[in-house]
Design a protein around this ligand. Structure first.
Ligand code: ZN
Length: 165
């Protein structure tokens, strides 16, 4: 095994020394599920005043409602006490700043390979995509009507979240 992860595992041992979530049931204690971007500027729990245990969090590039996100949300709603769903893409997202072709070119240059076969699902119209994503959740046959679903944009420069839909 390499030493590549040593610093992280050392930090984990310290974390485990003060571990407080032992025996935790794994439901979303605040009833919240969040779909957001993988961007490291986003701290999904803290930005909403939540703490570990409060929310189910699903992340991907762009914070899109993909098939996998819908799987997570259906499970969250029916098995994990989720009754509020927030879809939260953000400002200055790399998935909105590039075209599909630009991303393929960048990765192609870095790898020296033809990347045209690989889709990255860039977002051309962030607000329009967000509206469609929220509609996908609301209209899903396995998401009941009493579940609140909102679409928001997180501003990575101010920390503020504004509701779009
Ligand atoms: Zn992003």
């Amino acid at each position: 095994m390499s030493a590549d992860f040593d610093d992280l595992l050392a930090a984990n041992r310290e974390f485990a020394d003060h571990f407080e979530l032992s025996g935790f049931d794994g439901v979303a204690h605040a009833g919240v599920a969040i779909v957001t971007c993988m961007d490291s500027r986003i701290d999904p729990l803290r930005m909403l005043g939540l703490k570990p245990g409060d929310a189910k969090i699903f992340r991907n590039p762009g914070g899109r409602v993909t098939e996998a996100a819908l799987e997570a949300l259906v499970l969250g709603v029916h098995l994990l006490k989720v009754d509020r769903i927030l879809v939260i893409p953000h400002t200055r997202c790399a998935m909105t700043a590039n075209t599909e072709e630009q991303l393929q070119d960048k990765i192609g240059e870095l790898t020296g390979q033809d990347v045209s076969w690989h889709a990255f699902h860039v977002v051309e119209d962030q607000v329009g995509s967000l509206k469609r994503d929220v509609h996908k959740v609301k209209s899903h046959p396995l998401i009941p009507e009493n579940i609140s679903v909102g679409g928001f944009i997180y501003d990575v420069d101010s920390g503020l979240i504004s509701q779009v839909v």
